[in-house]
Design a protein around this ligand. Structure first.
Ligand SMILES: NC(=O)c1ccc[n+]([C@@H]2O[C@H](COP(=O)([O-])OP(=O)(O)OC[C@H]3O[C@@H](n4cnc5c(N)ncnc54)[C@H](O)[C@@H]3O)[C@@H](O)[C@H]2O)c1
Length: 173
């Protein structure tokens, strides 16, 4: 038996931007917002899974989400993606900063480069996406920003020190 899903009328026609929406939890969010009648854009570095998701959601809801291919490690690309989402959706009232990459690399293996890489893929873009989207939300009278952390940093996991640091930083943000 398929149960009817809940409907949240305040999401109908809302502009929603999800980062890392091409697969995993982000893809489930893109689908779920689209089923609520929201106008959804998502950013992802991976084209294949993202385009497949667009087709799937279009078949389910009659409307494809707007896919923006971008590497969120690049701050200029973050700003351009925010502008593209606002232009495409008219406004962004919900931002879900979800994109991350939990590379396994323990204490001895971490280098300056891999540390910076982890913080750029797991922390930096969240701030710059907030900074880019917040003025649009303010002009629209408000909005919601959801930043994805992880309980990983509470668990003392030895194989992901940089990821855990980034996820703890998101709590500060
Ligand atoms: N899966 C879990 O068990 C778990 C647990 C705690 C927290 N989280 C958090 O939930 C969020 C989603 O997790 P997930 O398991 O769905 O992750 P995932 O790895 O399945 O998906 C992440 C998405 O981000 C995209 N991405 C990665 N690097 C990118 C980049 N440089 N530019 C643009 N897009 C990029 C990937 O292509 C992918 O589509 C993350 O923030 C993660 O830290 C997940």
């Amino acid at each position: 038996m398929t149960l009817p899903s809940s409907q949240f009328p305040d999401l109908r026609d809302r502009g929603v931007l999800v980062t890392g929406g091409g697969s995993g939890i982000g893809a489930a969010l893109v689908e779920a917002f689209a089923r609520q009648g929201a106008r959804v854009a998502f950013v992802d570095i991976a084209a294949e899974s993202s385009l497949a998701l667009c087709e799937k959601v279009a078949a389910q809801t009659g409307q494809a989400p707007h896919f923006i291919q971008a590497d969120l490690r690049n701050v200029e690309a973050v700003r351009a993606a925010a502008d593209e989402a606002v232009a495409k959706l008219g406004s962004v009232r919900v931002l879900v900063n979800n994109a991350a990459r939990d590379d396994r690399q323990g204490l001895e293996a971490v280098t300056e480069e891999s540390w910076d890489e982890s913080l750029s893929v797991n922390l930096r873009h969240l701030f710059f996406m907030c900074q880019a989207v917040a003025p649009h939300m303010q002009r629209q009278g408000g909005g919601s920003i959801v930043n994805f952390s992880s309980i990983a940093f509470l668990l003392n996991m030895p194989e992901i020190p940089a990821y855990s640091t980034a996820k703890a930083g998101i709590i500060g943000l």
